[in-house]
Each structure stands twice: as C-alpha cells, then as structure tokens.
Design a protein around this ligand. Structure first.
Ligand code: PLP
Length: 417
C-alpha cells in the first residue's frame, strides 16, 4: 500500500538534494570544523557556506546565525539566553510576555522561568487563534524584558500579526522573539533593517520542518542582542552555543534553506493561492461538502497554505487517526508532540473550543510532495472512516434519533452542529 503522508507539520520528508548534499559529510568529509588541519578546514568552510545561505534566506548577517539542535533548543536559548542575564534594576523581576498557543518548547520554558521568579503573562488568542496587538499593548509593563510570540501555529497554521506585535514590543524597548518553526520556508522572512521583520530580535527555525533532518536548527540573534549561553563548553558559534557542530546536519539545513528560497520565489503566498493552498482547499471543501458536523478551526484567519485543523464532532480524534493510519493515511490529532496525552489541545482550548470539539480535531498538514491524486484518495477515505466511527458514537446516534423524531413531530426542532 502506497502511504499518503499528511503530517508535514510533525516532520517533513528529506529532500533528495538535501540528502545528497549532506551524505559526503558523514563519510569522506568527516572532519571536526574546529580542527586546524585540512579536513577540519573543509568542514569549517561547509559550515560557513551553510551559514551564508541561511543568512541569505533570512536577509540577515551570517554572524547573526547560531546553529542549534532544533526548534526546542532555539526557543530555550532565546528565552533563557535573555532572562538568565543579571538584572539591571535588581528591585524588579524580569517580565516575559508569551501566549497560550505557543508550542511546549516555549510554554514549558516559560513555566520553568516562572519558577526562577520571572513574571510571565500568557496572552489569549481570539476565537480564530490570532493574538491581537491590543492584547499585547495592554500586557506590556516597564519591566517587560522579552515578548515571545510564534509566527505560525503548528496545530492550526494560523499566522500571527508578527510585524505589528514586534513593532509594539520595540516601541516598549523590549526584545521580540518569534518561534518561526512552522513559518520558515513557507512564508517570506525578511529580517533586514528595511524588511518586514526588522523589529524581530530573535527567531527560531527547525530543520525537520523544512525538509532537512531532525536534530538541526537555527536561532537568529540580531547583532545588538546579548545572549547568555545555555551550554558551557567550547567557544563555538561565537560563544553562544558550545558543542562540536553537527556538520552534516548544518550542510543539509543550508541546502534546505537554498531550496526553500527557490520554492518560495515560485510559490509566493503574497502572489495569490499557491498550488499547495489549492490542494489544502480542495481537501477542506471536499470534506465540508461530504461530511456533516465538521468544520475548520481558524478558518477566518490567515493560515499557512499546508495546514488544516479539522473537527468532526461526535468522535474522538485519536480513533480517527488510528483508523486513517490503518487505511494508509498519516495525520495527527492536535499536535504530534502531544500524542498519547488525553488532554484536549491547549491551543484549541484557548481558542474557546469545547473539550469535546478539541478532542474531535485532527491536524492535516501537506508537504511539497503532496499530490492531487493523494488528496482525492483522502477525500474518499476520510468520510468513510468518520461515518464508521460515528456509528459507534452514542452522542451521534442520539442526535440522529432526535432528528428523526423532529421530522416526525415538526414542533420539535433540532439541527446538526
Ligand atoms: N516550535 C514549533 C511551533 C513546533 O511545531 C515544534 C515542533 O513541532 C517545535 C517548536 C520544536 O521543534 P523541534 O522538534 O525541532 O525541537
């Protein structure tokens, strides 16, 4: 059975060109980039070339790129790197503003910082999953040191108004971090002094969300920002991240950034719906037309072209994920990093979804490899799987029964939500 992979927000497949670029650095060019000899220098040159390529994609300086082990480390380095520094005014604790829709890489770091006496404010999104700039304005305080708000949400794909949020933060003389793990390579990211993201000081990227291998990442650190390191050791990455560089991974990330930039030029979301958006929309419209009591979370907000957060009331998403898996389709329930947890997604809950609807939501995320034929196959499999599961659902059967009664007795009205 040819599987259909619709879980690209969990991880993307490796691009063949990325694999080819990386392969020699495991075998013939295995040098340590810190070694003085020729093998070391070869590795160093490859690391610096990758740094230049990523800087080109982000429109920033090569010296502003710090290689990490992925999105989680980049987020932690951004938050602890700023908040673990000695306070200027010792009388006041630092204040961090973040949101209730962040990935756990930010949320759990914030919880940890609270234990270290940092004051934290968690902003709530509106019903579409958007953090409104007015909410940030209200939350800012004189002791706000850093604001951390994601570029695009991993569960819903909802894109945050980062330009406005970063500008507000800058006006308040605080530092702005964005977790761009689900945005990089999908949305333009211009960090240059005249670019849209000019007020962003720190930006996290993860390689495995942009067709590079797992365990690779970047933190962009604007030149003016001083960062306390998370790790103590060698002087790698200009003393911002100790540890021997993952040369093969960095080379792969560089190649993936080059290809992402090319892809974005050909698939610029600002120039109208892309092929990927058309495929996602085809799936959504097909499901809405065929399946009762289903809908899309965040539908009225700007979203990344590949992501759909779909609810099918009266069933458990976990059961649907398993049923689809057995039919050869990979999707996830809420966020992949949370699978196994029975709790409804914190993102969907903070958007105001009931626990039942949040638990009835699956995330479908397309990749650059997704084809129209795959979407059409999914459009035959998903409705059948939903119908089968609902046959076993007491709430669905009760609803259907009451609707039948309603039809028999017109005085009782009911509707499928
Ligand atoms: N931030 C977001 C928005 C994510 O979606 C993820 C992973 O799903 C991460 C951070 C963590 O990245 P990594 O898996 O590279 O540690």
């Amino acid at each position: 059975m040819q599987r259909i992979y619709l879980d690209a927000n969990a991880t993307t497949p490796l691009l063949p060109e990325v694999y080819e670029a990386m392969r020699p650095f495991w075998i013939e060019h295995f040098g340590n980039a810190s070694s003085i000899h020729q093998q070391g220098q070869y590795a160093r040159a490859a690391v610096e070339h990758a740094r230049d390529t990523i800087a080109h994609m982000l429109h920033c300086r090569a010296s502003e790129i710090v290689f990490t082990s992925g999105g989680t480390e980049s987020d932690n380095l951004a938050l602890f790197g700023i908040l673990n520094q000695p306070r200027v005014a010792l009388s006041e604790p630092y204040h961090l503003i973040t949101t209730n829709i962040e990935h756990h890489a930010v949320l759990h770091a914030a919880h940890q910082l609270e234990k270290q006496a940092v004051e934290v404010t968690y902003l709530e999104p509106d019903a579409d999953g958007v953090i409104q700039p007015t909410a940030l304005l209200k939350a800012l305080r004189p002791n706000t040191r850093i604001v951390s708000i994601m570029l695009a949400n991993n569960e819903t794909g909802v894109i945050q108004p980062i330009i406005a949020l970063a500008a507000i933060t800058k006006a308040a003389r605080a530092i702005f971090h964005t977790d761009a793990v689900q945005g990089a390579g999908k949305l333009p990211t211009d960090l240059s002094p005249h670019g849209e993201l000019r007020d962003v000081d720190l930006l996290s990227i993860s390689g495995h969300k942009m067709y590079a291998p797992q365990g690779t990442g970047v933190l962009f650190v604007r030149r003016s920002i001083r960062l306390a390191p998370l790790f103590h050791g060698g002087t790698h990455e200009r003393q911002r991240r100790a540890g021997t560089e993952n040369v093969a991974g960095i080379v792969a990330l560089g190649k993936a950034a080059e290809l992402a930039q090319q892809w974005l030029t050909e698939n610029n979301p600002a120039a109208g719906p892309t092929q990927l958006a058309n495929l996602r929309n085809r799936l959504e419209q097909g499901l809405l037309a065929q399946v009762e009591a289903c809908g899309i979370n965040g539908i009225d907000a700007p979203r990344t072209a590949n992501t759909s957060s779909l609810y099918f009331d009266h069933l458990e998403a976990e059961a649907l994920v398993i049923a689809l898996d057995l039919k050869g389709i990979s999707v996830s329930g809420g966020s992949a990093c949370q699978s196994g947890a029975a709790e409804p997604s914190h993102v969907l809950s903070s958007m105001g979804l009931s626990p039942a609807r949040a638990r009835a939501t699956i995330r479908v995320s397309l990749s650059r490899f997704t084809t129209e034929a795959e979407i059409d196959t999914a459009l035959t499999i998903i409705p059948t799987a939903v119908a089968r599961l609902r046959e076993l659902s007491p709430s669905w059967n009760n609803l259907k029964k009451s609707l039948k009664l309603d039809q028999a007795e017109p005085s009782l009205t009911g509707s499928v939500t």
